[in-house]
Design a protein around this ligand. Structure first.
Ligand code: WT7
Length: 643
């Protein structure tokens, strides 16, 4: 059906005309197109059917009948020819410590070893395993080891609180937790194991925790439940069985769960499956960056987010790439750290987030002036719309005008890039994610779901045809998946983003149209933050909205009704912030808290967020129609008290 020349052409695109041709083909013959791509991966058994789908239930199945283990495409298939190539170059938090290099051979060995540790500790195919770890190679090893034995990983970002972890462990009934004593982040140390201990009080399903040594901070090790990573590795070594056969998985078996926020209170477990996710992340990584073996690629995300799953762990490894993995933060020990890493490892492709760019910009150009960034050939951006100022700074000061900026629009739910330039092919336009990758069919709709055709238009961004990397369900609650993504508009996947399409058909994401904030590229549900604030003992109710923030993109602004607060407002504010950090984690802390005597509500009791958003944005000149409010006087009070 497909031949090698064809596969080569769809993954390696060298001209804009070719992109248009391939795109057209991908829409006209989607099954042939995706089969051609899927054939470039390693399968244990080929699929019987490329695609079966409806967006009603939804029910989406890619590569049915196909058997595989994603780690064979990530590791085993590179061993013979490229076993000695670096897979992961790890840079520690403290630049004075040694960096580590893991070749494909070494990574394969360590993954097999730890997979055997998991088996020794009772892990089986289909188990859910929670991973809460620092950004060390063992995190990637743990993720891949789960995949190796067919266990479903649920990685929780190291910045989440004990309560958030407990919620996630309970939702998926995890039986094993993989963690570390602590993590280093800049000049801070986070006591990961102690946070896990707090979480586990509420998690009776967890029978085992495996604890990696990183900070060697004192930890409680409970007999019968907690074991050390290093001890378990030794046991496997003495058992003398270094290999671990890769479990045979169906293409549609679950690979992992990753929790993400939505407009309602409880985060949902987005489910990705083995076959489609493998094909999609590998394809998009190769295509958008036009990655060539030998290039050094550095993605600054954490594996705790989808960006790290798809573009540190799985996508690059399936393509035999060399990835830099960084434990620390861009500003430690100095704001030149990222550029020093680029210099040190001669990074060719740097993939980072607008919030990091804006933060580093603020330290001035001297920080970058004396750094040798000449190895860079391609740049990438993800997480939120990149503003023009940041785009130009990235282009000029970091790329020296020679590196395309690949502004990748996608989501946890999409698994991989959806709308993105192709490096050195797609003509760029600052702050535009440009055009859909071949295989992706975006459409804009109005509020009734009617397609908005033509160019120079604005609408809600939907996708009208399935792609292999899309979510299949939300864990344990398929109905929630249907209502959240597939019920707003008939037969369409709704992204939650607003979008404009310019005269040339280029797409620019304008931001969320639902009650979801994007703070430093992290998705935070306003309802989630409100629930956390309301847990403070003297809070009656609250409303959270976003406001423009120079570095974070959006900041968290909370209007709080708190009649019995401490006489020192500042202290109450700090108590509320602490409460949110405890319930969700530091990433959701409100930036501003305004105490109000009441919230603007309609007669039916609905909070008028439109008004609160305007106040938070500092634009109180025209609040629109307030006549339907229950108590219009409250608006004046809120206006005068604005922070
Ligand atoms: C939301 C998804 C995708 C990995 C990181 C965030 C926003 C993401 C872009 C971009 C404009 C973007 C959208 C999207 N977003 N990338 N290049 N341009 N907006 O993943 O937490 O699932 O959030 O991030 O609003 O819906 P996520």
């Amino acid at each position: 059906m497909t031949n090698l020349r064809y596969q080569f052409k769809i993954m390696k695109i060298t001209s804009f005309d070719q992109y248009k041709q391939v795109y057209k083909h991908s829409v006209e013959q989607p099954e042939e197109f995706w089969a051609g791509i899927a054939e470039t991966f390693q399968w244990k058994k080929k699929w019987d059917k490329v695609l079966e789908w409806n967006f009603k239930e939804p029910n989406v199945k890619w590569f049915q009948g196909g058997k595989l283990n994603i780690t064979e495409s990530c590791l085993d298939r590179h061993l013979e020819k490229d076993g000695d190539r670096a897979a992961i170059i790890w840079e520690p938090n403290d630049p004075k410590d040694e960096h580590r290099v893991l070749t494909y051979k070494q990574l394969h060995e360590k993954v097999c070893q730890f997979a055997n540790v998991l088996k020794n500790n009772g892990a089986k195919k289909g188990d859910r395993i929670c991973i809460y770890m620092p950004m060390v190679p063992e995190l990637a090893i743990a993720v891949l080891a789960c995949a190796r034995i067919g266990a479903i990983h649920s990685v929780v970002f190291g910045g989440f609180s004990a309560q958030s972890i407990a919620d996630r462990i309970q939702d998926a009934s995890c039986n094993i937790v993989i963690t570390a004593d602590g993590s280093f982040r800049g000049n801070k140390e986070v006591p990961l194991k102690s946070i896990i201990d707090d979480a586990l009080v509420q998690c009776p399903t967890v029978e085992r925790t495996i604890v990696l040594t990183r900070t060697r901070t004192p930890v409680a090790m409970i007999k019968g439940r907690d074991v050390w990573w290093e001890d378990e590795i030794k046991k496997v070594e003495t058992q003398g069985n270094p290999s671990c056969p890769a479990e045979e998985m169906d293409a549609e078996d679950m690979l992992f769960i990753l929790y993400t926020s939505g407009s309602t209170g409880k985060p949902k477990g987005v489910v990705h499956t083995c076959g489609g996710y493998m094909v999609y992340t590998g394809y998009t990584f190769k295509t958008a960056f036009q990655y060539e073996p030998g290039e050094v690629y550095f993605c600054t995300a954490d594996i705790g987010w989808i960006t790290g799953h798809s573009y540190i762990a799985y996508g690059p490894l399936t393509q035999g790439a060399t990835s830099v993995m960084f434990e620390g933060i861009p500003t430690y020990p100095s704001p030149g750290r990222l550029w020093e890493i680029v210099e040190k490892f001669k990074v060719n492709i740097l993939y980072t987030a607008p919030t990091a760019i804006r933060s580093l910009m603020s330290f001035g150009d001297d920080v970058v002036k004396n750094k040798d960034l000449s190895s860079l050939t391609k740049l990438g951006s993800v997480g939120e719309p990149i503003n023009e100022e940041a785009w130009h700074w990235f282009d000029e000061k970091i790329g020296h005008g020679n590196c395309p900026i690949i502004d990748t629009w996608w989501q946890t739910e999409t698994g991989g890039f959806m709308i993105s330039p192709i490096a050195n092919v797609t003509p760029l336009k600052p702050s535009f994610a440009t055009l859909p990758l071949p295989g992706v069919q975006p459409i804009l709709v109005d509020e009734y779901g009617k397609e908005i055709e033509g160019n120079g238009v604005n609408g809600n961004l939907c996708i009208k045809f399935p792609w292999p990397g899309m979510l299949r369900t939300t864990y344990g609650d398929h109905e929630r998946c249907r209502t959240t993504y597939f019920s707003a508009y008939e037969n369409l996947y709704f992204t939650g983003d607003g979008c404009m399409r310019d005269e040339n058909g280029y797409y620019r994401i304008t931001g969320r149209v639902d009650d979801v904030l994007n703070v430093s590229g992290h998705r935070i549900g306003t309802a989630e933050v409100e629930n956390a604030i309301n847990m403070h003992s003297s809070v009656v109710e609250s409303a959270v909205v976003g406001y423009p923030h120079d570095i974070k993109g959006q900041g968290v602004y909370a209007f709080v009704v708190c009649p019995n607060k401490h006489e020192d407002d500042e202290l109450t504010r700090k108590d509320i912030v602490m409460t949110v950090a405890r319930i969700i984690g530091a990433i959701a802390k409100p930036d501003k808290i305004q105490f109000v005597s009441g919230l603007p509500k309609t007669r039916s009791g609905k909070i008028m967020r439109r008004i609160l958003r305007k106040v938070a944005e500092g634009d109180t000149s025209n609040l629109g129609d307030t006549s339907t409010l229950l108590d219009p006087a409250v608006v004046d009070e809120i206006k005068t008290g604005a922070l």
